[in-house]
Design a protein around this ligand. Structure first.
Ligand SMILES: CC(C)(COP(=O)(O)OP(=O)(O)OC[C@H]1O[C@@H](n2cnc3c(N)ncnc32)[C@H](O)[C@@H]1OP(=O)(O)O)[C@@H](O)C(=O)NCCC(=O)NCCS
Length: 156
């Protein structure tokens, strides 16, 4: 998918605010634009009012990035800006992503998240189940180590 320059700006605006710096989860602009040149990649945006197509004058509240291969799709990044959290936008964007994936014939969605991330509640509410652990995958500057948890949603 080729993303317009403006949409990459929108993704990066959310990216720099949304991910806690200590876990190194945020991607840089080059990583995002290179990813979106690959086949099967997709992104989605959500506006503060819940629209999945923010108007030109509007801020972007959140985004997702994904990549599909055959009937499987990986949710690579998913974030809502801190200013717009706990208003249901995470639910709305994730529902939209899952519905789009279903519409494209995807049978399995998977993702990886750090242990203790409150995003786990969101994923569980949409039917994702944990399928595996990479022990102590994340390391913070303070030395704290956290597992990475693989999650899967079956749509078939
Ligand atoms: C996870 C994230 C996307 C949630 O976005 P959001 O817009 O606040 O989500 P919603 O308001 O739709 O809430 C979704 C559910 O997530 C859970 N949740 C979200 N934030 C939470 C928190 N701080 N503590 C506990 N549960 C939380 C709740 O179960 C909530 O559902 P409920 O309000 O019905 O109880 C957002 O916090 C975020 O961008 N975090 C940083 C980036 C990140 O970690 N992304 C996931 C990478 S795998």
């Amino acid at each position: 998918m080729i993303a317009p320059h403006d949409d990459i700006d929108r993704i990066m605006d959310v990216m720099v605010q949304a991910f806690p710096p200590e876990y190194g989860e945020a991607w840089n602009r080059r990583q995002v634009s290179d990813l979106l040149l690959l086949s099967g990649t997709r992104y989605g945006l959500v506006a503060p009012g819940g629209s999945m197509a923010p108007e030109a004058h509007e801020e972007t509240a959140g985004f997702f990035l994904s990549r599909s291969v055959l009937d499987e799709e990986e949710l690579l990044l998913f974030a809502i800006s801190p200013a717009w959290r706990r208003r249901g936008l995470g639910h709305a964007l994730l529902s939209c992503f899952i519905d789009q994936a279903k519409g494209r014939g995807i049978n399995r969605i998977f993702l990886e998240m750090r242990a203790e991330n409150p995003a786990g509640h969101l994923y569980a509410a949409h039917g994702f189940v944990p399928t595996g652990i990479r022990p102590l995958y994340y390391r913070t500057p303070s030395g704290k180590r956290l597992d990475a948890i693989s999650q899967e949603l079956r749509l078939d």
